[in-house]
Design a protein around this ligand. Structure first.
Ligand code: DQQ
Length: 535
């Protein structure tokens, strides 16, 4: 049975079968988290896009619900594309989404729940006079999509942002509205960055710079900065920048122009795209979802009968230490899946060695690892290196790489290293945080890349990583989530009981002392809603 193939994940959200892409309209309503998603009901390839729908009490265990919106009108017949939810102060819900029309023009549409007293929000009504917005003058018919969650300004009007481009300049338009039916386009863009191309799935939200709570999308004030994110394309990924939002004309300016949207930081340096946040008003946190694609072939996807998964939802906060990054962290509810735990303290890993971590089956794990460094060469001969991730995990040099081998078999014929490579051993360092997929699978037709980026290590910090392993996906977080990498791997040997975990040190000039805490993770319940039973 293809559905039972080992690549299927156990605690990541996936539809029962067929194709999924972007997360859409996440919200918390009457105690239920709602996730909608770009979904092809007919096959495991991208086509016929509708809105799939699932609900959860805790962001981990999910119930599939009927498709929320089908392609049934001229204004979305070529796809019910991405969009966002806004929870209004009077308790109503507004869903804005892009439709691809019968002529493949991108337009913005409104939908709302048929019955607000249904906490499952099963039935959706499309507004009778859709579409509400067509591409304005100067904007191409296929460059106008993915409305954000709305935020309200001091004048009492709501604003939404919509991604676009003019020539190769990526940009975000802003519209104002009072009733979500009539809209007025601002004359200024919110922001634009030359050379970045089409901005898909713009996300725009405040972060608190003095506290750890998330903020409602409309929050603003002196203790707030605003994050602007755009999705460039699935190879370049989801780029963000932190900056200041100016209420009076709805423009936004990055703190650091050299790290502007699309040319600076990425939410995730691996396989992760079209992400979107929402504000969880009960737990006062901002939660991020992202689409993690397959990296095997379309033929393999058709054979499996499914393609894609969603990341583990992550809380997003401003990094109070660097004051220049976001920190992403798996929502705390994932910890409810923890089973047996294993601890390893100050395991010395000598240059060139690989040590097994005896934890039993290693296909569903939550791993914390901290590393201390013992430099074996005198100060005088100490080398500085700036190797980055490009050389992969197998190229040895004085300061790395070292880290974890996940989804490895005993013979190390398949393995996925998640590792650091330092630039300097003294004081405050910058290191690279990387994942190397190149030896992850013997299967043919699998794309295998080396991913990663710099991760600043603040002086009082130890080098640390957290890794979630779930059969064919590995999500890795360095330095509390300052740099994040999602990867897909399809081992053929390191599966089921044969999957192992190791710690390795490929540095030539230092010992590594590794301290680890590892949990087996249970599977989550992800299944059709039991309409016939009482919950
Ligand atoms: N996916 C949707 C678009 C969006 C793109 C179509 C991003 O609305 O721009 O499935 O992956």
């Amino acid at each position: 049975n293809a559905m039972l193939s080992w690549q299927r994940t156990a605690f990541h959200f996936q539809p029962q079968k067929n194709w999924m892409n972007d997360p859409n309209g996440p919200l918390l309503y009457k105690g239920w988290y709602h996730l909608f998603y770009q979904y092809n009901p007919d096959s495991a390839l991208f086509a016929n896009i509708t809105w799939g729908h699932a609900v959860s009490r805790d962001l981990i265990h999910w119930f599939y619900l009927p498709i929320a919106m089908l392609r049934d009108s001229w204004y979305d017949i070529n796809g019910v594309w991405s969009g966002s939810a806004t929870l209004l102060p009077d308790g109503k819900i507004v869903m804005l989404y892009t439709g691809s029309t019968h002529q493949n023009v991108q337009v913005q549409n409104l939908a709302y729940p048929a019955n607000l007293s249904d906490p499952l929000l099963i039935h959706w009504v499309k507004y009778a006079d859709n579409p509400l917005l067509e591409p304005p003058p100067g904007i191409g018919p296929k460059d106008f999509r993915d409305p954000t969650t709305a935020w309200i300004g001091p004048d009492g009007k709501w604003r939404i942002a919509i991604g676009s481009k003019v020539n190769q300049t990526g940009l975000s338009l802003v519209y104002k509205t009072q009733d979500f039916i009539h809209y007025e386009l601002n004359d200024q863009y919110m922001h634009e960055v030359p050379g970045t191309g089409m901005w898909e799935c713009v996300d725009f939200y405040p972060v608190s710079i003095n506290g750890s709570d998330g903020l409602d999308t409309s929050a603003n004030g002196p203790d707030v900065k605003h994050v602007l994110k755009s999705s460039l394309d699935d190879t370049r990924g989801d780029h963000y920048a932190i900056g200041t939002y100016f209420n009076e004309n709805d423009t936004w300016v990055p703190d650091n122009p050299d790290e502007d949207v699309g040319i600076g930081l990425k939410l995730d340096y691996g396989r992760f795209y079209a992400s979107k946040t929402f504000y969880d008003q009960d737990k006062k946190r901002r939660v991020l979802w992202g689409w993690i694609n397959e990296s095997d072939s379309e033929t393999a996807d058709l054979k499996k009968g499914w393609a894609s998964l969603q990341s583990i939802p992550r809380t997003v906060v401003f990094d109070n230490k660097t004051r220049a990054h976001l920190l992403q962290w798996p929502v705390e509810e994932i910890e409810s899946l923890r089973l047996n735990s294993y601890e390893f303290e100050e395991v010395v890993v000598k240059p060139g060695s690989v040590l097994p971590l005896d934890i039993g089956p290693a296909t569903q794990l939550d791993i914390f690892a901290e590393f201390e460094i013992e430099y074996l060469v005198s100060k005088e001969t100490e080398k500085k290196e700036n190797v980055g991730c490009g050389n992969g995990a197998f190229d040895r040099s004085s300061l790395g790489p070292f880290g974890i081998l996940a989804l490895a078999d005993d013979q190390l014929s398949e393995l996925t290293p998640i590792y650091f490579h330092l630039s300097s051993t003294t004081t405050s360092l910058t290191s690279s945080f990387c994942v190397d997929e190149t030896r992850s699978s013997k299967a043919p037709d699998v794309s295998k890349l080396v991913f990663g980026s710099e991760v600043p290590v603040v002086s009082d910090e130890r080098l640390s990583m957290r890794i979630l392993v779930d059969h064919s996906v590995i999500e890795s977080f360095a330095q509390g989530g300052r740099t994040v990498i999602s990867s897909r791997v399809y081992p053929t040997k390191a599966i089921y009981e044969a999957a192992r975990l190791f710690v390795f040190n490929n540095a030539t000039d230092m010992n590594i002392k590794a301290s680890l805490k590892i949990w087996q993770l249970n599977s989550a319940f992800i299944r059709p809603f039991p309409f016939d039973k009482k919950l």
